[in-house]
Design a protein around this ligand. Structure first.
Ligand code: SF4
Length: 267
């Protein structure tokens, strides 16, 4: 991969001051692309899925994105050339680029370089993330991030670790960075019976979101489903959720109602 010096005069990580040619030549590992997405942010989106994820969510449908090498090496310049072809769709629909994964923050310098070029060309940027990111790394891309789709897996640290394999300290620090920078956030939370659906889980989540204040623009509760189980089986990954059924519509409605009591913008 292209090495760029990201250290500014204070020894902090930064992209400011890096020559444009170097930014355009920054390389990342791209798992796949969806050119006309409509669910990962506003309008029509060019969705880039980056390779690599440090989490191991028990319900992950995309374990094929976990390896940092699970894709094709591409330069920012190449992606920008492709993106420009979709500009009329972005303009007409209020869309732009969404970078997802895997966990895109694992490639923070590439993400920052890409978003910087998007902003230079007036393209709206959206990051779809678990929030599992070192604050110093997040500095590389947050200046050029217009919207964050934050997938909160669990608000409780121990339950988070049991569900994803990592604790959520870093994720909470990332959420505080979003608040400090007033970056708008859409929250997504998967309701998994027995793992994330207890009334106290929802209360804890809601208290966390209320604490983030006005940046929370949308909260979506998604029912756990088993469609990804086949892929996991094929890859020989143990399914910790064997026998867990999707939540009922009634249970989902009760959870949404509970969250609305906190004044949250629940979809
Ligand atoms: S963060 Fe996303 S890609 Fe990573 S394990 Fe969890 S669901 Fe899968």
């Amino acid at each position: 991969m292209m090495m760029i010096d990201l250290t500014d005069s204070d020894g902090e990580l930064a992209l400011a001051g890096v020559p444009e040619a170097q930014i355009l030549a920054t390389k990342g590992c791209v798992h796949s692309v969806e050119t006309c997405g409509t669910v990962d942010g506003p309008g029509i989106r060019y969705v880039l899925f980056l390779a690599g994820c440090p989490l191991r969510c028990a319900y992950c449908h995309n374990p094929d994105t976990w390896s940092p090498q699970a894709g094709e090496i591409k330069m920012v310049e190449t992606i920008m050339a492709e993106l420009r072809r979709y500009r009329p769709y972005f303009t007409a629909s209020g869309g732009g680029i969404t970078v997802s994964g895997g966990e895109p923050a694992m490639q923070a310098a590439f993400l920052g370089a890409l978003f910087q070029r998007c902003h230079a060309e007036g393209i709206h940027t959206c990051l779809d993330t678990s929030g599992y990111c070192e604050p110093a790394q997040a500095e590389l891309f947050l200046d050029d991030t217009d919207l964050v789709l934050l997938d909160i897996k669990q608000a409780d640290p121990d339950k988070h670790k049991a569900l994803t394999g990592v604790d959520n300290e870093r994720i909470l620090a990332f959420a505080r960075m979003l608040k400090d920078r007033a970056i708008p956030v859409w929250i997504r939370y998967v309701v998994v019976p027995g793992s994330t659906d207890a009334p106290e889980d929802i209360d804890q989540l809601c208290r966390l979101l209320v604490g983030l204040g006005g940046i929370i623009r949308r909260v979506t509760f998604l029912p756990y489903h088993t469609l990804g189980a086949g892929k996991r089986e094929e890859m020989g990954i143990t399914n910790a959720l064997v026998g867990v059924k999707p939540p009922s519509e009634t249970a989902m409605a009760a959870i949404r109602a509970q969250a609305r009591q906190y004044g949250l913008p629940v979809e």
